[in-house]
Ligand binder design. Structure first.
Ligand SMILES: Nc1ncnc2c1ncn2[C@@H]1O[C@H](COP(=O)(O)OP(=O)(O)OP(=O)(O)O)[C@@H](O)[C@H]1O
Ligand SMILES: [Mg+2]
Length: 434
């Protein structure tokens, strides 16, 4: 049962056919009428009816005027989405997100990136796709990719081959779970080794007369680069040092490290050497660029958290994405939330993998049985006939009331439990799956 907040009641009061008919024309919004508005799990959603061929473009241009007309809070995003017919558009004020109600803690059975904040559906990046991630400092780049890294650790056909961390903070969490490269020498060695492995795989494919890699030849390798600009600077410095040694007797002419890095990004895929690239400065030029044009060209998937400029957005999502991660409000609310270039205009929320959870990955069997979800389920199964409340579950697991509530809602969504007023109970075995 959804209970409207004061702000939602205010919006619903303004989003009526009559209010719209008097206020909208004053803002020069014409050829659009409001049919109805309702409160959903993802905010207040109004159905607008369009007249005339250009009404949609016109409405999109007036997006900000509508925000002002309704005096929407800065923290509430608004969007215009297709309404199922050419003449219908949904205007939504995202006062809430369904993902706020669901358990967003990752566990080893999850194979995706996160959930759509509006529909709640899981959103994935295929395992064989390279991913570019952009986001301002503190927006959640390192955390947002943890689920994909963890997936590579858990999946038997995959290997988290190396975590190359130009800044070094995130790597402290991953030590013991996968190889980490932080110091200058380590970063250069990791790139050289990845490139050598790619060539080894190329030769193996040629010898076996195959065009693409398959799992029987070896695991898919995931190389993760965090803080692209620091890694690029290390590579450029290394190449400069090597160039200056050209006259030395033991100098061996070889490809530059930069060339190898570009080749890794362009040629790795068919050999199952997959690159993930994160940067807080998604620009392709300037001394502190976070990626080069040559490398950027090889990423089909782009995930954009809050960034600082429209140029940043364009680098990650390409032009014409229709979303504005550069306008996401600063602060903690939207950390770990992002837009994915292949997923339309809905905001995503990435799974949460805490530091403690990363460490669980290093345990035998990846710590199965010890994950928060496992603990919650075990507790619930301990008293299968009880009526559970968030408070009760919280007191039994120590996980906090909000998280306990999210567990119960998620289990209900999954059909394991049913909500009975504000209490939850297990679905009797005989009813399950009906
Ligand atoms: N998916 C998420 N779930 C829960 N919390 C998150 C998520 N993403 C980010 N956060 C929170 O935001 C904080 C910052 O995230 P993170 O360290 O990933 O940012 P960053 O973009 O990598 O920053 P930097 O540029 O400083 O490395 C985390 O410590 C965490 O508290
Ligand atoms: Mg980081």
């Amino acid at each position: 049962v959804l209970v409207a907040t004061e702000e939602e009641l205010r919006l619903l009061g303004l989003l009526t056919p009559d209010e719209w008919a008097t206020k909208a024309p004053k803002r020069n919004i014409r050829n659009v009428t409001l049919n109805k508005a309702e409160l959903t799990e993802s905010g207040v959603v109004a159905t607008l009816l369009l007249e005339g061929a250009d009404a949609l473009e016109d409405l999109e241009r007036k997006h900000r005027s509508i925000r002002v007309m309704l005096d929407v809070l800065d923290e509430h995003l608004t969007d215009l989405a297709p309404g199922g017919r050419a003449s219908k558009v949904l205007f939504a004020v995202r006062t809430r997100y369904i993902t706020d109600e669901l358990d967003m803690l990752w566990h080893p059975d999850i194979t995706t990136l996160g959930r759509d904040t509006v529909t709640g559906e899981e959103v994935d990046i295929p395992r064989n796709e390279r991913l570019l991630v952009g986001g301002a400092s503190g927006s959640g780049k390192s955390w947002s990719t943890r689920a994909l890294m963890a997936r590579a650790v858990v999946h038997p056909d995959e290997k988290l081959a190396c975590f190359i961390d130009g800044k070094g903070e995130e790597a402290t969490v991953w030590r013991g779970v996968c190889p980490c490269a932080v110091e200058h020498e380590e970063i250069i060695d990791a790139i050289e080794e990845a490139h050598a492995e790619m060539l080894r795989r190329r030769d193996l494919l040629a010898a076996e007369n195959l065009s693409v890699w398959n799992a029987s030849l070896g695991p898919r390798l995931l190389y993760v680069i965090d803080e692209g600009q620091a890694v690029l600077q290390a590579v450029e410095l290394e190449d400069k040092i090597r160039k200056s040694r050209r006259g030395d007797e033991d100098y061996e002419p070889d490809k530059t490290v930069m060339q190898k890095l570009v080749e890794l990004s362009s040629q790795g895929r068919s050999r199952d050497v997959i690159l993930m690239w994160m940067t807080q400065n998604p620009l392709r030029s300037g001394s502190d660029r976070g990626i080069t044009s040559a490398i950027r060209a090889n990423f089909d998937y782009g995930l954009c958290l809050r960034v600082n400029t429209p140029e940043n957005t364009e680098t990650v999502l390409n032009a014409g994405s229709g979303v504005e991660p550069h306008n996401l409000p600063k602060g903690t609310r939207f950390r770990g939330h992002a837009y994915l270039n292949v997923h339309g205009r809905n905001l995503l929320r990435t799974w949460t993998v805490t530091d403690d959870m990363v460490r669980l990955l290093g345990y035998p069997n990846h710590g199965r049985g010890m994950w928060p979800r496992d603990v919650a389920l075990k507790t619930l199964h301990g008293q299968p006939d009880a009526l559970w409340t968030p408070d009760l579950l919280a007191s039994h697991t120590g996980c906090g009331r909000v998280q306990a509530n999210r567990f119960l809602r998620t289990f209900s969504r999954e059909g394991l439990m049913v909500a009975d007023g504000d209490k939850f109970r297990f679905v009797p075995q005989s009813e399950e799956g009906r």
